[in-house]
Design a protein around this ligand. Structure first.
Ligand SMILES: Cc1cc2nc3c(=O)[nH]c(=O)nc-3n(C[C@H](O)[C@H](O)[C@H](O)COP(=O)(O)OP(=O)(O)OC[C@H]3O[C@@H](n4cnc5c(N)ncnc54)[C@H](O)[C@@H]3O)c2cc1C
Length: 385
């Protein structure tokens, strides 16, 4: 496909996100020069398996859910199907260490009444769940949601360890909407988690849908590193370790001619020198990635410190300026360049066209041409919302 000819995409970060993005690009457009730069001595990020005295030990994730079709497709594309290892049903018992001992997490009403994990008051509070107050914040934290629905004690005893197990994160800082959208949906649909879970269980029994909604925790015979090793092996020379990306800047040489290639849009500086790229994927932690692109946001950054009416005026002005810059570039372009960019936009949007209403397509097409114009003219993005 001409669209991707001679294109280079740099991926900063060789965790599972960076590696699988590289794989997806290579599958769809093998001619693209993909470069994964990982600052550590090995790829995989959080995923790390060690084999100690015959045991498979995970220092990060110990499995993934088999319900996401994209994950399973990736596993089979890499030829790892025969190494899949679903969790054992007999080992499906969870324990929580509390008050100096391990207690099994109750999974039946009888076990719930007997469990030493909660005080009588904590158990009674859970029974009040159907009468919990309604949501006030649109984007509530997981612990805010759990405390509101099942009380502070049960939230701390059951939800915090569950969140640590899944996200290794702080339930008070993680968004329910982003992490557990199904829970939120159950509350919206049934007004109560208890009522919703009973209804879901009934439907599942009736329709006999294979597999629980949460899916089955699955790993590989060699542990989660099998996935990283499979990707790294198949990506070959695409992956480079011990190279950190330190900054990404716009390349400021504009081209509006239809025949001259616009050159690559970004300069990527790394701990081992620099390279140019048509696109950059930042797959490291968001807060660290923000520092890498700070310079791209320099103009808009000024607006962040202004408050009140002055801020509104400044934001409106930046938006106007942004629109007028694009219009000025459009006016300067010859018809031939605009036609070429329109064809490029058509090609980019082709996979989505059938699923888009004509109006939405027109809008996306215009936005796509604007972006291509912006890239060619090397315009900074100065609109800020
Ligand atoms: C203890 C623990 C247990 C977990 N358990 C599970 C589980 O059981 N199931 C599950 O699905 N998820 C689990 N997770 C979450 C899962 O591990 C992560 O969601 C996933 O690994 C994130 O992958 P990532 O590629 O986005 O980021 P990371 O794994 O953080 O990878 C980012 C990579 O980018 C590199 N990098 C960062 N900045 C730069 C730079 N400037 N230049 C070059 N390289 C850079 C880093 O060195 C790193 O290798 C767990 C997480 C932890 C910590």
């Amino acid at each position: 496909m001409v669209l991707y000819e001679n294109k280079r995409i740099v991926i900063a970060g060789g965790g599972i996100a960076g590696l699988s993005t590289a794989w997806a690009i290579k599958q769809r457009a093998p001619q693209v020069d993909v470069v994964v730069l990982e600052r550590g001595p090995r790829p995989g990020g959080n995923i790390r398996t060690e084999h100690i005295d015959g045991y498979v030990c995970e220092s990060g994730p110990d499995g993934f859910l088999d319900t996401a079709p994209a994950t399973m497709t990736l596993v089979h594309e890499l030829g790892l199907g025969s190494r899949l290892l679903p969790s054992n049903d007999h080992a499906r018992r969870r324990y929580i260490f509390r008050n100096g001992r391990l207690s099994e997490v109750p999974t039946s009403p009888g076990a719930f009444l007997k469990t030493p994990l909660l005080s009588t008051r904590g158990k009674l509070r859970i029974l009040c769940e159907p009468f919990a107050s309604a949501r006030r914040d649109d984007d509530e934290s997981i612990s805010g949601f759990a405390t509101r629905r099942i009380g502070r004690e049960a939230a701390a005893v059951f939800v915090d360890p569950m969140v640590s197990g899944v996200y290794a994160g702080d339930a008070a800082a993680l968004s329910l909407k982003a992490c557990f959208p199904k829970m939120r949906q159950i509350e919206d649909d049934h007004g109560s988690l208890v009522r919703g879970l009973i209804a879901t269980r009934r439907t599942r029994r009736r329709t006999d849908t294979p597999g629980a909604p949460a899916g089955r925790l699955t790993s590989f015979t060699g542990g989660m590193s099998d996935l990283v090793d499979g990707l790294t092996r198949r990506l070959g020379s695409v992956v480079h370790t011990s190279i950190a990306v330190t900054s990404v800047r716009r390349n400021h040489t504009p081209t509006l001619s239809p025949t001259q290639s616009p050159g690559r849009a970004y300069d990527v500086t790394t701990s081992q020198g620099s390279l140019d790229a048509d696109a950059v994927v930042l797959s490291g932690p968001a807060a660290e990635s923000a520092a890498i692109v700070r310079e791209l946001d320099a103009v808009r950054g000024k607006a962040k410190t202004v408050r009140g009416d002055a801020r509104e005026i400044l934001l409106d002005r930046l938006q106007e300026l942004d629109a007028s810059l694009i219009e000025a570039v459009r006016a300067q372009c010859g018809g031939e360049t605009l036609e070429k960019l329109a064809a490029e936009a058509d090609e980019e949007l082709r996979p989505f066209r059938a699923r888009m209403p004509p109006e939405a397509y027109q809008q996306s097409h215009r936005a796509c041409v604007d972006r291509l114009l912006r890239d060619r003219a090397r315009l900074p993005t100065i609109a800020y919302e």
